[in-house]
Ligand binder design. Structure first.
Ligand SMILES: Cc1cc2nc3c(=O)[nH]c(=O)nc-3n(C[C@H](O)[C@H](O)[C@H](O)COP(=O)(O)OP(=O)(O)OC[C@H]3O[C@@H](n4cnc5c(N)ncnc54)[C@H](O)[C@@H]3O)c2cc1C
Length: 598
């Protein structure tokens, strides 16, 4: 049975050598006490939970799946015990508000932990991250009364959270949702409607589930501007935060039978005049919900990275053991009839593609997380604003590019095992199935690309991109005396020029043709992703080269990083040029066919 191991050395390299996390935390009073010693202890504990508690019920959870009977959802064997242990370990409130019993830890740290949990057991991770997303939204937009009533038990893991947006006819287009909110005389609301695909909408892991639901008042403006956000508990709660013993009018109608994440309950929820409480202002529901959606989107990228890492661990170990064919070079192992498949260049291509993208994807996730921490904790208003702009730009790219690369890595891992990758025993086929959903939920990757090219680029005339370019230029300037980085800096500057050129094509074409943004969006998102991976590799190479001169004890490790970075620049980055050509091609060939020609 495959067993996930947290990649602690890689994570510590990023935190210490690349992002200098302790310095960042020291600059912000709320995180000043988060030291490397504390981080190491927390990461190690999370690593133990991932491999010893969660990884061990991953395959059995997939095989057994969630069960549904008469409105009740039962999670697979071992999940309830694991969730209780996870909650008792304090993990549910790790980043929560101190005032309500959270631990106030930064996102940079929790992002790495989320990646581990997704890598060990993606179905389990979803119960945890939905709760964290719900508490974040409640803490940011809820009244003091709502926060006091619900947050402490959610941070303790006694109650979990869910996010109820999607309806049968309203997926990407939430503006047309029809769930209704009627105001009662006591100021609460009666929520009526059907939500589908609700992750963790019903289960047996916690004593209560707190649903965050998008709905509209009957007199609300049409479209997205009329959407409000409501908190709807599964079991009713009094103002002191205790269960009243009464059920709310929300029931689970069924669960979905799906390709992967089978131990995660994906529910149809029927709200029939359920009691709900307004969160934030009326008609601001969609923008308030974006707190949760931005958080969850980043988590989906972490799901991609985590499953990619898990796949790499299995595939790399297999490639050292499995012997097939002889090495083309003279370095054959004469004692054996065949050599380990790791001698073959094509097997190395697969493993190095995985490793190069995993490291860059993790670095990008930390880069985005560090900006989220600055937005939340930094004392300087200018720094907060700059970081907020970067977050807006990075989130759709991190979500789409890391989940695409994550799925690709799972498939490459499967391919590395040949036929053994296709059968259940080795865990790769489960990883492929579990990784696939991350490209779809939380807004499909196509919609992320549209968000990036449209709202985050054309609508602000490329202003957000300039914030990123300033960061890249600042890093290059700081490294200008390091001669060994020259070839990589040249690649970075060339790629940045390509992205600037593609952006100017996009901005110009958007003026002439209403389909121009949609036609360019996916290639544009990929080009942005590749540019960001290039920037992340530049930062990793700078840190690894420096460590090679200073850390005599870990030469092999840093040398391996440098060689992986060189592989990225030589073999993965060249795709950037092709993406610019794709963007240049414009919408003509996409829109040429008539509907009936499809
Ligand atoms: C396992 C699972 C778990 C989920 N969990 C949750 C959850 O917890 N809470 C929740 O609320 N929802 C959840 N969802 C719903 C999920 O977020 C939606 O399925 C997703 O956002 C896409 O919506 P849709 O399925 O209605 O597809 P549609 O919106 O119908 O889209 C279909 C296709 O058209 C494309 N498309 C749509 N509009 C546009 C456009 N304007 N421009 C270009 N392309 C477009 C899409 O990219 C996609 O390829 C979950 C779904 C699944 C399968």
């Amino acid at each position: 049975m495959p067993n996930y191991r947290a990649p602690l050395a890689d994570m510590q390299f990023l935190l210490r050598d690349v992002f200098c996390a302790e310095e960042l935390f020291a600059a912000m009073p709320s995180t000043a006490e988060v030291t490397y010693d504390l981080i190491d202890a927390i990461l190690e504990a999370a690593g133990d939970i991932s491999s010893e508690l969660l990884s061990t019920i991953n395959q059995s959870g997939d095989a057994e799946a969630c069960q549904f009977l008469n409105g009740i959802v039962t999670t697979p064997k071992g999940f309830k015990e694991a969730y209780t242990a996870y909650a008792e370990g304090g993990w549910c409130g790790l980043t929560g508000e101190l005032k309500y019993g959270g631990q106030g830890m930064p996102k940079v740290l929790s992002a790495l932990i989320e990646e581990m949990i997704f890598g060990a057991n993606s179905s389990f991770a979803l119960y945890a991250i939905l709760t964290t997303g719900a508490t974040l939204t409640l803490n940011q937009h809820g009244s003091d009364q709502l926060k006091q009533t619900y947050l402490p038990k959610m941070y303790k893991g006694k109650w979990s959270g869910s996010m109820c947006l999607t309806e049968p006819h309203a997926g990407t287009d939430l503006g047309i949702l029809t769930t209704r909110a009627d105001e009662s005389s006591d100021g609460s609301y009666r929520i009526t409607g059907t939500k589908i695909f609700i992750t963790a909408g019903e289960h047996d892991l916690t004593e209560n589930i707190i649903h965050l639901v998008l709905a509209k008042r009957p007199d609300a403006p049409k479209g997205p501007r009329g959407i409000s956000l409501f908190l709807v508990p599964k079991l009713l709660v009094d103002t002191a935060g205790n269960l009243t013993g009464q059920k709310n009018n929300v029931v689970c109608g069924s669960i979905e039978h799906k390709m992967g994440i089978k131990a995660s309950a994906t529910c149809v929820l029927n709200f029939d005049g359920a009691t709900g409480y307004l969160v934030g202002e009326l008609n601001q529901g969609l923008s308030n919900m974006f707190t949760m959606m931005n958080y969850e989107r980043l988590s989906m990228g972490l799901q991609g990275n985590g499953l990619a890492e898990s796949s790499y661990q299995i595939a790399a170990a297999y490639a050292k053991e499995r012997v097939q064919g002889r090495a083309a070079s003279e370095k054959q192992q004469s004692a054996r009839l065949a050599d380990p498949i790791l001698v073959h260049p094509d097997v190395r291509r697969m493993l190095l593609t995985m490793r190069a993208n995993i490291l860059a994807g993790r670095a990008l996730s930390l880069y985005a997380s560090s900006q989220l921490d600055i937005v939340k904790f930094h004392p300087d208003a200018f720094e907060r604003q700059r970081a907020g702009q970067l977050v807006a730009l990075l989130v759709p790219v991190q979500k789409a590019y890391c989940t695409d690369r994550g799925f690709e890595s799972c498939v490459l891992g499967q391919q590395t095992l040949g036929g053994h990758g296709y059968v259940a025993e080795w865990g790769l086929e489960q990883n492929v199935r579990d990784a696939r959903i991350a490209q779809i939920y939380e807004g499909t990757n196509g919609v992320q690309a549209l968000d990036l090219a449209g709202r985050k680029t054309v609508r602000c005339n490329g202003e957000l991109l300039q914030v990123l370019f300033t960061d890249i230029d600042g890093f290059i300037a700081a490294q200008s005396s390091v001669r060994s980085l020259d070839p990589f800096i040249a690649h970075m500057e060339h790629t940045k020029d390509l992205l600037a050129k593609a952006t100017s094509i996009l901005l110009t074409d958007a003026l002439d043709d209403p389909n121009a943004v949609g036609a360019a969006s996916y290639a544009y998102m990929e080009l942005m992703g590749l540019t960001l991976y290039c920037f992340m590799w530049l930062r990793m190479l700078a840190a690894a080269q420096q460590a090679l001169t200073q850390d005599a004890g870990n030469q092999e490790y840093y040398d391996g990083l440098v060689k992986t970075g060189e592989f990225f620049y030589a073999r993965l980055l060249p795709r950037a040029g092709a993406l610019v050509n794709e963007i240049k091609a414009g919408p003509a060939t996409l829109m040429a066919l008539k509907m009936e020609q499809f």
